[in-house]
Design a protein around this ligand. Structure first.
Ligand SMILES: *Cc1c(COP(=O)(O)O)cnc(C)c1O
Length: 363
């Protein structure tokens, strides 16, 4: 019935979707418990006053930070919240001590809006060497490069927005630290999706995607012994959202994080195997890449508008996916891709439906 053993449990914890939701990479479906937490705190704020309500829930907030920290390899006090991953990055870049024309190295899957943040601040951006056609960073070549030259920091998307590729972040951190170079990791697509204890100096991400917390909560964590000189103060923030994220993380830990990662990797494989060789569409990741984010390149000659039309057509038949245009990963090419990102409750017949629909679109 479901692709994952956990599918039924995941499904039962949520409202019945009105569409085949294959779009966790945009925003995952929150559980009923997450929605209840959100709702209850908003009521508590109106009843008792918002600041008192926050004080009353201080322990739960702390427990939530501790639990989130356990997923990303940080202690509770190292985490601060912003309203999105992007505002977390902005806060970081606006606050960290840097030389006049800083240099940052990134991977081919770098998120376009992050590149804009670097450009806006006149950073020199270079790409790290690739080890294969897919764009995984070649850690050995990187280690060699770092002997001759060191950027001010490395910034890497653990998983990008337009590819299911998982970058070898722990290894990148190891060789970077050996060369005295700090590493910042964008975990927006990886937290709740793949193992995220990496040893990086700074990590940041978002609640709403694979963790299926609410929208409007981003987090950033800075190691106290970080080579990056920065201190972020807590700012006005969405307390109900943070509590709801805590509920999402608690549910996630109850299932068992390793179990979720294994099941999601299995779903990625099932989806890629199912979609491989359909019409002239091309699966862009290795079949066994350990993620559930799957991208398909369209048949030759398709323009971005054609991929958007395919996305719209899929929505009409009841499937929610993303048309991932090139702004999401401008270093990776100019093609628009169809992005499929099922969570644990995906069913085989939804993948069949998708495969059949794009087969007839792909002549
Ligand atoms: C979604 C995403 C972001 C931005 O997250 P927001 O919370 O929308 O700011 C950053 N990086 C990657 C790789 C993403 O997929």
């Amino acid at each position: 019935m479901y692709c994952s053993e956990l599918g039924e449990q995941w499904h039962a914890a949520r409202v019945e979707p009105s569409i085949g939701h294959l779009d966790a990479a945009s925003a995952g479906r929150s559980s009923n418990a997450v929605i209840t937490t959100l709702h209850e705190h908003l009521i508590r704020e109106a009843r008792n006053g918002s600041y008192i309500a926050a004080d009353e829930r201080a322990e739960a907030l702390e427990a939530g930070r501790r639990a989130l920290g356990s997923l990303i390899g940080h202690r509770a006090e190292e985490i601060v919240f912003r309203d999105s991953a992007r505002s977390a990055l902005r806060a970081l870049l606006n606050t960290m001590a840097l030389p006049l024309s800083p240099t940052v190295w990134v991977a081919k899957n770098e998120f376009g809006p992050n590149l804009l943040e670097f450009e806006r601040r006149d950073f020199a951006v270079r790409t790290m060497p690739e080890g294969d056609v897919y764009g995984h960073v070649d850690v050995d070549s990187l280690e060699n490069m770092l002997q001759f030259e060191q950027p001010d920091f490395i910034h890497v998307c653990h998983i990008g927005s337009a590819s299911g590729l998982v970058q070898p972040v722990a290894k990148i951190v190891e060789v970077a630290h050996n060369a005295g170079v700090p590493v910042i990791v964008d975990m927006a697509q990886s937290v709740g999706h793949v193992p995220t204890v990496t040893g990086a100096d700074v990590v940041y991400g978002t609640s709403r995607k694979w963790l299926t917390g609410p929208r409007g909560v981003g987090f950033i964590a800075i190691r106290p012994d970080s080579r990056i000189d920065v201190r972020l103060l807590p700012s006005e923030s969405f307390i109900a959202g943070q509590l709801a994220l805590s509920t999402a993380v608690a549910e996630f830990l109850d299932i068992g994080q390793q179990r979720v990662y294994t099941e999601l990797a299995g779903i990625g494989r099932i989806a890629r195997e199912r979609l491989h060789g359909i019409g002239s569409w091309e699966v862009m990741e290795p079949v066994d890449e350990p993620s559930a984010l799957v991208t398909l390149a369209p048949p030759p000659g398709w323009r971005p508008a054609d991929v958007q039309a395919a996305r719209d057509r899929l929505r009409e038949i009841g499937l929610l996916v993303t048309a991932a245009d090139s702004w999401r990963a401008p270093l990776a090419g100019e093609d628009s891709l169809l992005r499929i990102s099922p969570h644990l409750d995906v069913r085989p017949e939804q993948l069949d439906q998708l495969a059949n629909a794009i087969r007839t679109m792909g002549y």
